[in-house]
Design a protein around this ligand. Sequence first.
Ligand SMILES: [Zn+2]
Ligand SMILES: [Zn+2]
Length: 155
Amino acid sequence: MSREGGCACGAIRYRLNREPMFVNCCHCTSCQTETGSAFAINALIEADQVETLKGAPEPVMTRSESGRGQQIWRCPDCKVALWSNYGGAGDKVRFLRVGTLDTPAAMPPDIHIFTSTKQPWVVLPAGTPAVPEYYKPKEMWPKASQERFAALKGK
Ligand SMILES: [Zn+2]
Ligand SMILES: [Zn+2]
């Protein structure tokens, strides 16, 4: 399954060199505003596992639910968002916008978050966890993903 993707105009192309640690589908009001849609799908992955094949995304500081801001990396030409960093944590973990993958179906959500502000006509699939706001990764992530995340702290 291809793990390549890019922006709408083709100036940015990237490849994920590993499967993501976890995939959040976020129904918060910020994600709705930023995308102009009902939710954002974010694959959480180590920054060094995202290889930029073409172009150089540019960072745009944007507000986030936490109040600590999020850096959204966009194509300098078509301005499509490719990934974000959250909470002033620096560029260790990327929240990659799954819709920019060539085959987004390869990364379905592992969890639905901020469902308290979900659009009422969005019907969630049975069998996928859903929480009203955020969650503790320790309670939801597979152990291997938790270990990958923990390994980033020393970097
Ligand atoms: Zn572009
Ligand atoms: Zn959100």
